[in-house]
Design a protein around this ligand. Structure first.
Ligand code: OVV
Length: 407
């Protein structure tokens, strides 16, 4: 069989434009908006010969693909590699890289551990930590917001919420980057991330063991489901691994991007200060506008079609969630960051049965940070140039020099 990047090579059906581009090129990962605009303009689907994949960047079709877990499966991997043909770099996630009915069981256990009730208990601690960190940053005046706030806050609250005895900021952040870079081709970003696997993966695996978790955290809720026979003890460890895969880099990126949006749009920060109840809506708009997870793939599990265009079984489809979130047909003025837009239906958390199971926790983190900012910080100003960090699946800042002017 003719393979590329771990999946079968296929020819595009009639009517699908061929586009000679590499969506994983560094310049595109750093500044993807022009790529998204052209992707949407070329059609509902394009064929990219460089990696023999289809790509979807319009809102409607991207949503259709994501909403149909039977035709467009996750069990063959949500990156370029097709798990049907090759061994994945790590044992597949038993919630991300799986389809119903297997998915239904693990999703239920995770959804319970991340329920509004479970999350509500974290509120006070999140606020205390946010106040402490932000007070220190105000004292310092200028600081590097990726390390000093976007990473510092989740790494202070999230491992503790999970109940981790071992917490290692660098390894947790880099594991997230590894999981997301692994979804792309074997390019320099994936290789650089994978170089750290020998150090990080055993550490992550050990940290998920029941004996390395407190009895009162989210991790303990997962192991309680093992005691009840809903999942095995091995599956419980795998689900705790999913917390660490999906819960760190994503929220780090969300906080960094929120600060970048507000520093770039001081008028919107003024509106947030005037009405802090908009913190949650502001976060949803940050997600729509910046889409931390820019791309997830699906695999066609049968011959099918989208928008009348043929899709052969085994086709990998890059679903550019970030592009769907910037589609003018859906959003009217997508290039405008407006904290009261309330972008219902944005794709940043995905859609369908795989829609982000941790979104309530992500919202609590961001709502807390944004609320504390409005209480203490009068102005958020750039103190240098924002620099983005290329990643095959995440659109994140590398450095964000800021100044907080106290209220
Ligand atoms: C990158 C990512 C997102 C969601 C879930 C997981 C990973 C997982 O490992 O379960």
């Amino acid at each position: 069989m003719n393979m590329i990047e771990g999946h079968t090579v296929f020819e595009p059906a009639a009517g699908i434009p061929v586009w000679d581009i590499d969506p994983y090129a560094e310049d595109i990962l750093l500044d993807p908006a022009p790529y998204y605009a052209e992707l949407r303009a070329r059609g509902p689907l394009v064929y990219i010969p460089k990696w023999s994949v289809l790509a979807s960047g319009r809102y409607e079709e991207t949503r259709e693909i994501f909403s149909d877990h039977a035709r467009f499966v996750s069990s063959r991997g949500v990156g370029l590699n097709d798990f049907k043909y090759g061994k994945p770099w790590r044992p597949p996630s038993i919630i991300l890289e799986v389809d119903p009915p297997d998915h239904t069981k693990t999703r239920k256990v995770m959804a319970r551990a991340l329920s509004p009730k479970a999350i509500a208990g974290l509120k006070e601690d999140f606020r205390t930590v946010a106040e402490t960190i932000i007070d220190q940053l105000i004292e310092r005046g200028t600081f590097e917001a990726v390390a000093d706030l976007a990473e510092a806050f989740p790494v202070a609250v999230f491992p503790k919420a999970v109940g981790m005895v071992d917490s290692d900021r660098r390894r947790l952040v880099d594991y997230g980057a590894m999981v997301f870079n692994a979804l792309g081709p074997d390019n320099k970003f994936r290789r650089a991330a994978m170089d750290q696997a020998a150090d990080i993966v055993p550490w992550i695996t050990a940290a998920c063991a029941r004996g390395r978790l407190t009895t009162d955290g989210l991790g303990a809720l997962i192991y309680a489901a093992a005691d009840d026979g809903e999942v095995t003890a091995e599956e419980a460890a795998m689900l705790v691994r999913s917390f660490l895969s999906a819960g760190v880099d994503t929220t780090v990126t969300g906080i960094g991007s929120a600060l970048w949006c507000l520093a770039s749009n001081p008028g919107e920060y003024e509106r947030l200060k005037a009405d802090p109840a908009l913190a949650r809506a502001c976060f949803e708009e940050v997600l729509r506008f910046t889409s931390p997870v820019h791309t997830f793939a699906r695999t066609a599990n049968q011959d099918t079609e989208i928008a009348g265009l043929g899709i052969a079984e085994g086709s990998k489809i890059l679903c550019a969630l970030a592009s769907a979130n910037l589609d003018p047909h859906k959003w009217g003025d997508p290039q405008v960051f407006r904290i009261d837009r309330k972008p219902v239906g944005h794709m940043a958390f995905g859609a369908g049965v795989h829609g982000c199971v941790g979104q309530n926790l992500a919202r609590l983190e961001l709502e807390t940070v944004l609320t504390v900012l409005t209480e203490k910080v009068d102005r958020i100003e750039f103190a240098g140039e924002a620099v983005w960090r290329p990643n095959n699946a995440i659109h994140a800042l590398d450095r964000l020099p800021l100044r907080f002017v106290r209220k």
